[in-house]
Design a binder for this molecule. Sequence first.
Ligand code: FMN
Length: 248
Amino acid sequence: MMNLLEAIDARHAIRAYTDEPVAADTLAALQSDIDACNAESGLHIQMASGLDDAFLGLKTHYGRFKGVHNAIALIGRASGTGDAEGTPVSPAAAALQERVGYYGERLVLRAVQSGLATSWAVLDGAETVPAADAWWTLDDGESVVWVIAFGHGARPGGRRRSKPIEELASVADGTGVDAWPDWFVHGMEAAMAAPTSLSQQPFHFTLNADGSVTAEALDGLFAHVGLGCAKYHFEVGAAPHKVEWRAA
Ligand SMILES: Cc1cc2nc3c(=O)[nH]c(=O)nc-3n(C[C@H](O)[C@H](O)[C@H](O)COP(=O)(O)O)c2cc1C
């Protein structure tokens, strides 16, 4: 099994899958990761496998998906998950989106470690699916916030360009990249490989004078989900340094 850094390198958004089933032991391992994420986060993440169409015929916000037989639904209590463009309507909604990104990306990298392909997606109209037709169950006040398709990729993914590190990060004392601590650079390199909606990378990381890190979402589509993904990657890249997050 590849390690997490290798998984960060190997991960690309893959939107077409073969009909080859995911092995039972891989599914069982993923389910126990989901259980751990739910226990830590208070989210209600659920998984379906071996379906004809795990997206239930719903359209995705963008992108063309094919052969999606397996998916993870990131479900949380919606204090309003955002408007149509994904702009959070409240600090609570922003926090939910960031949590979904953080734990969802943790599951993405687990799937990639097992040799699977993945892609994040937004299912338009997931809230309109009758309970009897859905493979997820919603408790009071919950909604399907985002989904992750996974399975055996039908094609390899390609490299994508990233904004330069100087644009995505800075250090409070104003020094240039050459003088940044290795753990911060490695954290940023991992964050730059994280998925963001439309590859917009709407985030900025600042290393504060006391050694803590502040990560902020900027304007962009589903920016807080992408920030959560980037923060998980950052922690993996910065390890064994333990990142101390400081609110903006
Ligand atoms: C929060 C979020 C939502 C996304 N929504 C969609 C989507 O609705 N449709 C789609 O095709 N891709 C979606 N993606 C996948 C991104 O477009 C993709 O990850 C990005 O272009 C970067 O490419 P990479 O993952 O190969 O690095 C989403 C990604 C994130 C993080």
